[in-house]
Structures are given as C-alpha cells and as structure tokens.
Design a protein around this ligand. Sequence first.
Ligand SMILES: Cc1cc2nc3c(=O)[nH]c(=O)nc-3n(C[C@H](O)[C@H](O)[C@H](O)COP(=O)(O)OP(=O)(O)OC[C@H]3O[C@@H](n4cnc5c(N)ncnc54)[C@H](O)[C@@H]3O)c2cc1C
Length: 423
Amino acid sequence: MKRNIKTIAIIGGGPSGCSIATLLKRKGYTVAVFHLEKRPEIIVGESLVPAIIPYLRKLGVEDEVKSYSTYKPGASVWVNKDEEATSPFSFGGGGLPPYAYNVPRIKFDKTIFDLAVKEGVTFFSHAAKLERVGNSDELKLSDDTLVAINDFFKGQPDLIVDASGRSRTISRLLDIPTKEGERKDIAVFAHLSGAEKIEPYNIHLHRLEKGWNWRIPLPDRISVGVVIDPKHLKEYGDTKEEQYDNFLKSDETLRKFTANAKRETGVAQYNNYQLISQKMYGKNWLLTGDAGGFLDPIFSSGLFLAIKGSFAAADAISMGTDVAFKKYQKDQLYELAIWQKLVDTWYSGSLFTLFKVGQDRMDTAIGRYIGPHMQRHLTRIFSGEAVYKSYSRRFLNFVFGPMLSLMKLGRLHNRKTSDLAIK
Ligand SMILES: Cc1cc2nc3c(=O)[nH]c(=O)nc-3n(C[C@H](O)[C@H](O)[C@H](O)COP(=O)(O)OP(=O)(O)OC[C@H]3O[C@@H](n4cnc5c(N)ncnc54)[C@H](O)[C@@H]3O)c2cc1C
C-alpha cells in the first residue's frame, strides 16, 4: 500500500537531518526541520572516509568542504608505539576516490545546513516535542510544538523523521528495543596546537597500553581523542580536563606526539556510542543517521552512514510503500551489523595480529603472493568500501577467521590474537 506523504517534519538539523531535508525538498515535499541552534565548541566526527565523497558530490558540496578541510590520502595504524602500518586509500582499488577529507565539524555541519536553506527547507529553532497517539505506534507533534511553528503543516505532518542523533527522540519515546555493543568505553577529545605535525594528512590511530587514540590533522590544529574504559580514565583526575591532560602526559605514545602541544579548546566527552535500534520505521515515522543506530567510531564510518542513510531514507519515502520502508530497515540493520563485525576485529586484536603476521611473513613466497591482495582489502576497511564489495567481505571474513587459525596450525605464526586486544 502506498502511503500518502506530502508533509514531513524532521527532528534535528545535523548532517542527516539537513541532508534528508535537502533530498526531500528536491523531490517536492513540504519539509520543515526542528533545529537547535546552540552548538558545542567542538564536535566529534572530523575524519571522513572516501565512500562519503560520491554523496557529497550528489549533494553538491564537495568543493565547499574541500575549501576548509585537509586532504586525507589514507589511514595510519600504529600497532605499538613504534610500529606503523600505513594504507594510502589508492591501495584500495575499486571505484572510490583515493582520498577523503578531515573536516572541522562545525564548518561541515554548517555547509550541509546552508545547503538545505538554499534549497528552500524551512527551519524552526525549536526542540520538537512528540507524543504517542494512545497506545499505538503513531506519533504526533505536541500542541505547543504546533503553536511554536505557527501551524506550518496545517495540522499534523504526514511523516516525522527522527534525525536527532544520539538523543534518539523516537526510540526513547516508543521504547524501541536496541542492540548494544559490548564495550562501554568513553571518548574524550580536544583540539591541540603545537602537536607533532602529521604529513601527509592521514588519520593516525594508535593502539595504546590502555584504550586507543586518534590524531586527526585539521588545517590549523590537531584533533586528539582517547577512547578508553572509564575506570582507567578515572585514575587520571576528577574532571574530564584533568583526565585528558594527565592521560596525554602519562601515556608514552601520546607524550611523544603532544609534549609541546597546547590545548586550545575545552574537553568534550562522549559515552555509550554503540547502540542500534531494532526498528527503523513505524506508522508515521522513520529513523535516520545516529538516531537509528551508531557504532564505535574507530573506522570513521559515522558521517558516511548518516548521509548515505539519508539518501536511502529519502528514496524509501518517495516510494512510499511498506515494502520500501521494510527494505530500508533491513538494509540499515544489515549494514550496521557488518560494520560492527569489522569494529570487533579492532578490539579483539585480530586486525593487529593480521598486520603483524603480514609483516613477519613478507619474506616468504606466500607472504609476497598474498601481501598486496591483503593490503588492498584491509585498505577497503578504512575507505568504507569493504562492507559493500561482497568479495572483500568474504575475503576479510576468511582472513580474520579460518586463515589466521590455519596459519597457526601450520606453524606459519604463533601469535595469540588476544595479546593485541584493546584493554
Ligand atoms: C567519539 C566519537 C568519534 C566520532 N568520530 C567520527 C569520525 O571521525 N568520522 C565520522 O564520520 N563520524 C564520527 N563519529 C560519528 C558522527 O559524529 C555521527 O555519526 C554523526 O554526527 C551523525 O550525524 P547525525 O546528523 O545523525 O546526528 P548529529 O550530528 O548528532 O545531529 C543531531 C542533531 O539533532 C539535534 N537534536 C537532538 N534532539 C533534538 C530535538 N528534540 N529537536 C531538535 N533538534 C534536536 C542535535 O542538537 C543535533 O544538532 C564519531 C562519534 C563519536 C561518539
């Protein structure tokens, strides 16, 4: 059955809210976004993956993003403090551009917001308040919300899209079951000046004694974030600023890169970031971006999934059938599950073990034969492509599982994956 959707309220003016608003407006819908203007000083989500570039082009914003970002040609992973494995995106082959950008998030969000304004989307600087209709799965905007927007929709909108990010407005209201990740880490981050320069502007990911950290080169600063079990972090002070500053000073790896650095911003903290709603649509609502599900940030997949998801959601809405909504939900859950599997390889230690085994075996015939092939598919994890190429998915499933075990059985390596797990 085709739904009769003409008017759409979107909760949240972040990247997913503004991109879906633009796409729906382009398709001729009446769209309004509830947007909270107050923005924090810094926002996480500064490293993009090549897979997002085609979507930025379709939106028509790549040139603007490029004008204030650093050009990111690859990713560098440090297994230990002096062992680095660099994957230029060009090694990934496939059809993606061999680059991405590191973006100052406030500017990036403004680009996507300005685009929606330019396309004629209406914005209300107001928090949307939703109510459940009786005991059903149907939602409505509260009376005071309708008053605040001057009855813009002439009654209730036909569809409410939740793009409120980790606030998860609809999931919370309807108590939708969620799938939580196993890890309960927190992330603390800030922008530093005077930290060791990174050239070319790859993202750097370090496995630490405790937890891991990112260094993202932005045009005039370096974003340094630490992802760690909160019980470890507590040892470094009472406030998040003390914890962050002291951790940087005490960790050997971080000290090396940040000894002469100055923290230029406050410290932002993020908790609980592995959560996936098991339902993505209902009678008159749909979830997109982080409001539908978010993953651990290790592979910088968040903004890509948020914006790609907005394209998929806009298509489902314009098809307007239950089949299309169901397919949207199935695809989102499937993608998130595959990304989660890749994330697990980071924490379990199997990704690092593979790097190490690769290095150990490089001087053997099998190493020389399989090495470049392996590098291509590992690079695709960092470019975002591994999830979408079925051969890469199968190959990586094989190398992370049976291949490592078979090599161990054949005494081609004697490494224990858990030795390199993130503590
Ligand atoms: C520690 C960490 C590191 C990360 N690093 C990366 C990275 O390097 N690269 C990457 O791509 N992604 C990264 N991410 C993920 C990325 O930040 C998110 O995936 C992305 O911001 C999702 O966009 P969104 O539009 O869905 O949600 P958001 O960006 O959260 O936007 C939601 C908006 O909705 C507004 N809102 C909420 N409630 C209401 C309401 N009731 N009414 C009106 N407005 C409302 C909020 O104020 C906000 O502006 C990281 C995430 C974390 C936690």
